[in-house]
Design a protein. Sequence first.
Length: 221
Amino acid sequence: MKNFFYFTSSHRNGIVFLSLIIIVIFVVKSAIQKTSQEVYDFSSYKKEISQLRQVKTSKSIKSFTEKTVEPHQSLLTKKTISVEINSADTLAFKSLPEIGEVFSKRICKYRNILGGFNSINQLMEVYGMDSMRFETIRPFLEINTSLIKTININTCTKKELQSHPYISYKLANVIVNYKHQHGVYKTLSDLTKIHLIDSLKFRKIAPYLTTDENKSVSRTY
């Protein structure tokens, strides 16, 4: 019986080595099973990522608003200059935002052709003026309509009349001919008797015409 359970040193070493291998395999297998069964909770990470995205979006919107809206609002609310459009020179117009040398010259030239502005909105008739530019400068504008230079329809020539942007060659002929046929105009309302002049046209041209010699001012075209 003693011989049956007798092991040599090499046998004992082999048994110990085999036992170690079995133990290592068991430990590794247990670790693998534990890892595969463990469920990770990513909800907290997803929540943090969502919050970071919201912060980034909020900053982007705020940055865009500061760059595109606030300067424009500041420009409109902080009135630092005032320009009277019937007396201002090119230098005064150039002090307005969005108005450079080219536009200042265009405004003055068109004003001289008209004889003056009767409404601030007439600046929209200046070549190249768009609604965005006009709304930008509008808060800084003032108007004195008493400075408008008028044409006396009882003494003017056809050439003088048709030089005005609102009066065509045909209308100038009719106005002058009507005076020759019916006598001088007593009031501007007499113009409404002409078939080419409706109420809309009359309101447009009336500020630039007069029947009173004392109110007529010669203009340079």
